[in-house]
Design a protein around this ligand. Structure first.
Ligand SMILES: [Fe+2]
Length: 316
């Protein structure tokens, strides 16, 4: 990958009419400068950005203080957006926007993580049949030196494996389901109920959780994705697993868990990781088909983290 790549938006010598791609690591990510996203992106640049996302996998734009509509317009360059679930305590008026935050409507930290499971390596929305092609995140307010996002290049992870492991993984599909995957972590298994009860979870709520989880799984049906998947646009093969996968189809469940834990332990190749330290106004888009990501820890009571997110659908 080149160290710098200058793209001329328009003919002429004015440097303000150029976009510069500066790689963030030797193999993953680029900072894009010379573009004010709030003012709209010219059609010629849209084509360049779409290709750049495939090439670099993460694109960073600094100092982009967008509103909901501007962010949706930007995301739609890459494809149609997914309708998002809205948290009770911090809602957007747009169905395509999801605020990830640890604050209430008055901006006061509530001490609750928007989703603790996002601290595990995952690709967004693999638990539904049409997963996320790309995620677009705009930093509204971020803690100093905490709540970073880590990315790992799954093309590289696949290529790092020996041929026998590649062949073995290539035979499998994984079932992705958030509830089943998180059952043990959230103390939902019967032998964990005593401990969960000490922490305030009643047996009745445990039973309700399992009833709802099984009913949804039965109604919606299983969601399978190949463990080894050619990227829908580049065709390059990547490992496509992560935290939402809870069992390998056709494999004894504990053996499947062991295999997934091994693959998800990741950082097999340390050169495949980029860690993003957020600043307010950062606009980041990443390719979920070739990356896993996870959120780093921050102080949920004393620090504020507000991110505006929208998600571009896969396969459109
Ligand atoms: Fe995520």
């Amino acid at each position: 990958m080149e160290t710098e790549n200058l793209i001329q938006i328009d003919k002429g010598d004015d440097p303000s009419e150029s976009i510069l791609f500066s790689p963030l690591t030797p193999t993953l990510g680029a900072e894009v400068s010379g573009l004010d996203v709030a003012n709209g992106v010219p059609d010629s640049v849209k084509t360049v950005l779409k290709q750049a996302l495939l090439d670099y996998q993460v694109l960073l734009f600094r100092q982009q203080f967008l509103n909901d509509e501007q962010q949706i317009e930007f995301a739609q360059i890459f494809g149609p957006c997914r309708e998002m679930w809205q948290p009770e305590h911090y809602r957007s008026n747009s169905k395509f926007i999801h605020y990830l935050s640890n604050v209430d409507r008055d901006g006061v930290p509530v001490g609750i993580h928007p989703d603790r499971n996002s601290t595990y390596w995952h690709s967004d929305y693999t638990h539904v049949p049409v997963p996320a092609r790309a995620t677009v995140m705009n930093a509204v307010q971020v803690p100093e030196d905490a709540g970073k996002t880590h990315f790992i290049n799954m093309y590289q992870q696949y290529e790092y494996l020996d041929q026998a492991t590649r062949d073995r993984l290539g035979n499998y599909e994984a079932e992705h389901h958030m509830g089943f995957r998180r059952a043990a972590r959230n103390k939902r298994l019967p032998w964990q109920w005593r401990q969960a009860r000490k922490e305030g979870e009643s047996i009745l709520s445990q039973l309700k959780w399992w009833t709802t989880t099984f009913r949804r799984r039965w109604q919606d049906g299983p969601v399978y994705h190949p463990v080894v998947r050619p990227h829908p646009e580049t065709g390059r093969v990547a490992l496509f697993i992560g935290d939402h996968a809870w069992r390998i189809k056709g494999m004894f469940w504990p053996a499947g868990i062991r295999l997934m834990n091994k693959v998800n332990a990741l950082e097999i190749d340390p050169g495949a990781v980029y860690t993003h330290k957020w600043k307010p106004g950062d606009l980041l888009i990443w390719d979920n088909g070739s990356l896993l990501h996870r959120l780093g820890e921050y102080d949920l009571i004393n620090q504020v983290r507000i991110m505006r997110r929208c998600v571009v659908l896969d396969g459109e």
